[in-house]
Design a binder for this molecule. Structure first.
Ligand SMILES: Nc1ncnc2c1ncn2[C@@H]1O[C@H](COP(=O)(O)OP(=O)(O)OP(=O)(O)O)[C@@H](O)[C@H]1O
Length: 248
């Protein structure tokens, strides 16, 4: 495990070194279910971090807590030193796991909506990415395939100039051939100072773009490391390593 990434540094006097995201003993219970159990980690700026783990391990719960859509039972998440609230929402670009535009909304209207709603939205960048992904902007969302809807929502979210992007299962519905292209387009266009936290089961598709990964198991951080370290230490890709380590 690369301990360097685990060092909380939100109190650093150098803003360039301050953590974008700091989770401290972050805990969420739903009744008697402990979805997140005193999760503590820190992510510096400029990293692309995979949030990995089996079904029910707490990935969506963690992302919703950071996005301010859920309240923690104990502990806290800090975005650039602040707990989730209106000012962090202006710095965080969040892609939920489910579609959120009504079927009758045209793709071009979603661009207008984001431009009105988010001061940091780069409309030209969004239009450019949609064109490169061959998305028909005159269509309604309801007329698009599941994968194309996901492309639109991912493009909108990534065309904001946010400090932190929270992507919950962004490419699950996209065909395998297009995943590489989409990830490549996203990574080529996002601002290098920003941090991306991306929850996914598609480890083999995303591992090449990840600087680091956090593995959740039963609501605990089981590992915080990098694909590079896993490869150096085991000779395996992240996907191979997980398949062997967590075989059912
Ligand atoms: N609204 C809720 N009410 C009760 N329990 C919940 C609720 N949401 C999540 N849970 C429970 O919390 C735990 C974590 O769920 P969560 O959705 O965060 O996991 P996940 O890692 O995102 O799963 P998946 O990979 O299947 O999307 C699970 O045991 C789940 O059943």
């Amino acid at each position: 495990m690369d301990q360097a990434y685990l060092t909380p540094n939100a109190a650093s006097p150098d803003p360039a070194l301050a953590a974008v995201l700091d989770c401290r003993v972050l805990t969420k219970r739903y009744g008697s279910t402990i979805a997140l159990n005193a999760v503590t980690f820190s992510i510096p700026r400029g990293r692309v971090v995979g949030l990995l783990g089996p079904n029910g391990s707490g990935k969506t719960t963690l992302i919703k807590l950071i996005a301010g859509l859920l309240q923690p039972t104990a502990g806290a998440a800090y975005i650039l030193g602040e707990e989730p609230g209106p000012s962090t929402k202006a710095r965080v670009s969040y892609l939920p796991e489910r579609p959120y535009f009504s079927p009758s909304t045209k793709v071009s209207d979603t661009l207008a909506f984001f431009a009105d709603f988010y001061a940091d939205f780069d409309r030209r960048l969004a239009e450019d990415m949609l064109m490169r992904l061959s998305v028909p902007t005159a269509s309604t969302m309801g007329a698009l395939s599941k994968g194309t809807k996901e492309k639109v929502q991912l493009v909108l979210v990534m065309a904001r100039r946010a400090a932190l992007y929270l992507l919950d299962e962004p490419i699950g519905g996209v065909d395998p051939a297009a995943r590489d292209f989409i990830l490549g387009t996203i990574i080529a266009n996002y601002h290098r100072d920003s941090t991306i936290l991306i929850s996914t089961h598609l480890v083999s598709d995303v591992e090449r773009v990840l600087d680091d990964f956090i593995l959740l198991q039963y609501g605990n951080v089981a590992m915080y490391s990098s694909p590079r370290l896993v490869h150096e230490q085991t000779g395996r890709s992240l996907d191979q390593y997980f398949r062997e380590a967590f075989r059912c």
